[in-house]
Design a protein around this ligand. Structure first.
Ligand SMILES: [Zn+2]
Length: 76
């Protein structure tokens, strides 16, 4: 998995998790709210673990450019 894919997965999990937990809490469905939160946490974990420069291994954080801000090499 490359950094860009990890970032896309992160956003999908975050948005899906927010929606599911939102529905769960407004409808009073506790397991659904919990599942949504778990999904958001999982997305964050994917980002922290996988959203890294393939060359120097540094965490890219909010950087969305094509080049690593640390080593200047092209990201996946
Ligand atoms: Zn780098």
């Amino acid at each position: 998995m490359n950094a860009k894919k990890a970032n896309i997965i992160f956003w999908i999990m975050l948005i899906a998790g927010a929606l599911i937990s939102g529905i769960g809490s407004t409808e009073g469905i506790q397991w659904m709210a919990m599942m949504g939160i778990a999904l958001m946490m999982g997305g964050l974990l994917v980002k922290v673990l996988m959203y890294r420069c393939p060359h120097c291994g540094k965490y890219l954080d909010r950087s969305t450019g094509d080049f690593c801000p640390y080593c200047g090499k092209k990201i996946g």
